[in-house]
Design a protein around this ligand. Sequence first.
Ligand SMILES: [Zn+2]
Length: 458
Amino acid sequence: MIYMKHCRSTIIVLAIAIFGAQSLAQQSSAPDSIEAFTNARIIIGEGSVIERGSLLIRDGVILDIGTSITIPGNTISHDLNGKTVIPALVNTHAHLGWEAYGDWGSQFFTDENLIDHLQRHAYYGVGTIISTGSDKEDVALRVKLEQLKGNISGARYELSPGMGSPGGGPNPRFTDDPDYWGVHPVADPEQAVRTVRELAQQGVGIAKIWVDARDERRGAQVKVAPEIYRAVLETAADYDMRIIAHATTLNDHKALVNVGNRRFIHMPYDTEVDDEYIEMVRENNVYIVPTLGMIIKREPYYIPAFQDPFFYDQVPASVLESLNNNYNPPPLNRNAEAEERSAMLAENLRKLKDHIILGTDAGAVGDFFGYADHVELALFVRMGMTPMEAIVAATSRSAQAFGLNDVGMLQAGKAADFVILNGNPLDDINNTRQISDVYLRGERVDREAWRTQWTEQD
Ligand SMILES: [Zn+2]
């Protein structure tokens, strides 16, 4: 962890600055004028819908919402007849900074690339993005600070530093990179306590821990022992830090819930979830990011992004060409065993549907930023959730899971982060792709300008 030692003092300074900027942002300057969005179908985010409602915003915040609200004079008004408004999506699992559209690696983790990834998410209607455990933290904190000061557009950026066994952490695509900076190592309970305290002192409110023996690569024991993750969770609770655990087996999930874990990246993939587990999940209000997009690439219905106009509209021809040339379709899941496994996963998802939240693993092995979120929403529905359940999972519940109280729902007092759709996603979840406009912090995202910039790049 040479990198961490080098940068610790910078990070502390930045963390203090971030606390300062947060209160600055709240007091903000002179109020802007009021804008009204009228005659819209408004999907609130918690499960209800208003037909022909109005949304009133000012200074980046929702002032009022409903069917019979008074619209003051000199208001800028937008008639949304026939359109549907949903809260901007909240994505709780992606890996920003490494993707270079045609190339990939730690060398791309710069301020500029990180900002590009925030904008790619915003373009697709994702208002908040949690980057999980693979960020270069000095760059990340600097970008977050600049965004809080109002100098950076795009999705709201939340980082969640990663902890793991020394040599463990993310998949080999990251760890094999010669310049990868590694995870915060937690080799024993004492180091776990120390690490969580240090992160808390740096202003970190969300952190990730990898509890997984999926690939005992390079001969390392990468699975974190229960006494270590218990120490992480107990210390995090003292600081109101929200931990999300990467775990993929039913036994690991149960053991983690038993010592206080409330958030998971991945559903149990190894077996059907049993009644005991479902009861634990319900009683403890556990949140689960299934990240289905990562596991469907062998399904016959999977369409690679470069064949989908919803993706290829926003990248230059050279990127499409390289994606096309480098595409090695994996063998399709057409045997009985694979079909049984898919059915089991769908069954698990249905049983856990009231606890599911959105995450894509984009930037690692999921699909591309922003685009992947719509793929995931469609998968939720394909696997048995209703469109409304999918939208709730991807908005209010995802925000709630991490205490992001300003976002994920369209309600007076919350952030004016929303997406205007030309189609009704309750009729067909694929209508989340019919984006008319995206507003973040009350400001219209200039999607056309970004698209032009991205497609003309080479
Ligand atoms: Zn991931």
